[in-house]
Design a protein around this ligand. Structure first.
Ligand code: PLP
Length: 216
């Protein structure tokens, strides 16, 4: 499935993050040899172990929940943290990035389903967070856009509404805060089962696991 998905995302100018959680180093190398350079992991320890063992020109994205006390394990090498969902976490990422004299790109993760969840911002919380950052900027992070996960459901219309919601959130923030900021441009949405729908609704970055690696 990898070649078709690669072709599809290239055609739409969408970044493909190959989600390699639970996959072996050998599996990752197979995609690496076919040209894939961006991989996503959802656990810090697994990400760190794979980073140690794999070629250093891989761009690693953290896509899962990140605890503040674990930022230090990935701050020296991670290419993007897609799961930033609180000011406290951004402060820690900034501090750890500074230690390594790096700037870490992050996405703000939003909660877009109707199910309750501990993780993810809503629009009001995000505005408070960005207001705060505008008064006291963090020099070692770069806010590059938004990320969200749709419901795990077969209901296409439900998923479409959730993707539209994230696109609306992105547009609102872009207009109110990032109008002249070229780096705020990513909408990370879409996984194996819904990436075509996500792209149709404005995704710029898809995170695809099982469909590129075969079943998990
Ligand atoms: C696992 C995971 C994905 C990929 O899921 P697939 O259905 O295997 O494509 C995408 N995003 C996040 C946050 C994930 O945890």
């Amino acid at each position: 499935m990898y070649p078709e998905i690669k072709k599809y995302t290239e055609e739409f100018n969408v970044t493909l993050v190959a989600v390699s959680k639970t996959k072996s180093v050998a599996d990752i190398l197979t995609l690496y040899d076919r040209g894939q350079r961006i991989f996503g992991e959802n656990k810090v320890q697994e990400l760190d172990e794979k980073y140690q063992q794999l070629p250093k020109d891989i761009h690693w994205h953290l896509i899962g929940h990140l605890q503040k006390n674990k930022v230090k394990y990935i701050a020296s090498f991670v290419s993007m943290i897609q799961s930033a969902d609180s000011l406290e976490l951004l402060l820690v990422i900034n501090k750890e990035a500074e230690k390594h004299q790096r700037i870490i790109p992050v996405l703000l993760q939003f909660h877009i389903t109707r199910e309750t969840s501990k993780f993810g911002l809503d629009l009001d919380k995000a505005k408070d967070l960005i207001d705060h950052l505008q008064n006291s900027p963090l020099k070692n992070i770069l806010i590059c856009g938004v990320m969200g996960m749709a419901s795990l459901s077969d209901e296409q219309e439900l998923i479409r509404i959730e993707f539209k919601r994230l696109k609306e959130i992105y547009d609102t923030l872009k207009n109110e805060y990032f109008r002249n900021d070229e780096t705020f441009r990513e909408i990370s949405m879409g996984m194996s089962g819904d990436y075509k729908l996500a792209i149709a609704e404005g995704s710029t970055m898809v995170r695809i696991g099982s469909a590129v690696f075969g079943g998990r």
